[in-house]
Each structure stands twice: as structure tokens, then as C-alpha cells.
Design a protein around this ligand. Sequence first.
Ligand SMILES: [Zn+2]
Length: 326
Amino acid sequence: MLFFKNLKYQVFIISVLFFNTTINGQNGINAKTFYKHDKYLSSDKMEGRFPGTKGNNEAASYIKRYFKKYGLKEFNRNYYQTFKLFVKEGINKVKSDSVNTQNVVGYLEGSDEKLKNEYIVIGAHYDHWGWGGQNSGSKKKEAFAIHNGADDNASGVSALLCILQELSNAKVKPKRSIIFISFSGEEEGLLGSKYFVSHLPVEKNAVKVMLNMDMVGRLNEEKQIYMGGAGTFPNGVELMKKLGENSTLNPVIHAGEVGGSDHVSFYKAAISAIGFHTGGHPQYHTPEDDIDLINIQGGALVSQYIYNALVAIANDPQQLYFIKQN
Ligand SMILES: [Zn+2]
């Protein structure tokens, strides 16, 4: 009995090791974890994570739990930054209404005595279109159905949590401090990031670069990860190219073209900002943007690439400053 038990245990260990090395490749971020977060956040239980709803609050509480688990500190003893949002009539079964929603925020202190007073921000919005409706941004307004948003933007949050977990496992912490944030109200016009930028928990001059992930779950066969704003901080384009050479990805790098998501709020405030995504698709802003279409291996690869970028920027010995792009 004992022998069999042992044998079973050994088989278990071997298969765990095999499984992990297979899906991890040589790196730490794995597809299984990426899938776990994306699946949970895009499940019907979240009802499309519309601001002010139970599903939105549950998603926030899920993110908060991992922020805490992986050792992020709170600003003002609270992971939540609450703000008000006005919902137009005809969205998500709602009559026009003012609701409370929240950004989820935490930070990891830098390891360098001096550089820890500077901050790199990494973020991804967690809200989506709920049940859609006439005044929503849904491409299928007539279909009153849960918009799960597995790519938009459960995938970005999934990447955010994978990157955080990897960082919590790292023996040497980055020199600069890192703020992790998951925004709400992005779909209504970047409202969470606008609120954050105008209510920063640290001095604005101390915020050096913002990295944003919005729709990173649909890596294509050419393995193209797109980014805008790489030229808004010193040697950004070169760095992103170099990181691509050491990965299996094909980065499509734009120095400018800062557009489309929450990093714009930072850029407009003259903070260097880079936005990542894996491209559009027919399911964009429809109830069909679902977990079965997510490239989970791709999501892990993209997360690893952005993790490497984050660490490189946070450790960069040169001075970081804003470079305006046209
Ligand atoms: Zn969207």
C-alpha cells in the first residue's frame, strides 16, 4: 500500500514538473494561471463587469485579493480608489443613474534607496459593457446579453496578475517602486484612469512611465504584439525591440500612436505611457468575446514580454523623462 502510494506520489511529482516546464517554456509566467484569471473574470457570474453592478464589484474584490496575496501595499490603507460615474439610460437595463465604482490600486516598494521614490505604473481596466444595450458601446446593441469581455479586458487584468505573481517570486526586487492598478470606467471614456491621474497617491513628477494592457488575449499566428507610445521615454523603442529578440514574439513598435485606452490619460498629463494589445477581431464589443477564443499560451508569452519590459524600465539606471510624440 505504502509502495503504491509512493509510486503515485512520484508520478504526480513527475507530471507536475513536466506540465510546468512544458507550459512555462524557460520562463515563469504560465498559461494555466493566465487562463485561470481570464476565465474567472469573463465568467457569466461577473455579468460583464459593468460599473456599479455586483459583477463589477466582485471583479474588483478578486483583483484586490491577489494584490494582497502577492504583497502589494495600500495607499491610504485602502486598495480601492472609489469614484462616481454617470450611467446613461438604456445601458445594462439601467435608467440614467449615478453609481459608485472603484479602481484597484497597490504598490511594491523599490529596492534602491534613491530610486524607490520614483514610480512605474502598470495597469489594465477590468470593467466592460455588462449586458450591453442601446446607449452602450456594444456592436450588437439589439442583443441584450452578457458581454463577457474575455479579451476586453479580462485578458489585460490576467496579464497584470501574472506579472505581479512573477514579481512577487523574484528574489531581487526592482529598483524603482511599481504601482499596480486595475481601472474601472474605461469603456465610458477612460474615466478610472482620468480619475487616478487627477488624484495621484504620489507626486506627479515621481511617476515616470505607465504601461497599459488592453486586449492582450488574442495573439495571432505571426505572434504580433502591438504597442504605441514606446518613444515617450528614453530608448523605449530600442528596449522594446531588444526584448523582442529574446522572445518568440514579433513586436510591432510605434514610437507614437498613443491611443485607445487608459495610457492616454497619463500621456495627456505629460507622463510617458506605452499601451500594449494583440489586435482587433470580429468579436470586439460583442457578447461573443469569450474565453474559448483566448490564446492562453499567447497570453502567457505576452505577459512575460511585458514583465521583462517592466523590470527593465524599473531598473533603468538612466534618468527617465517624458518625450512628446506627434
Ligand atoms: Zn472595450
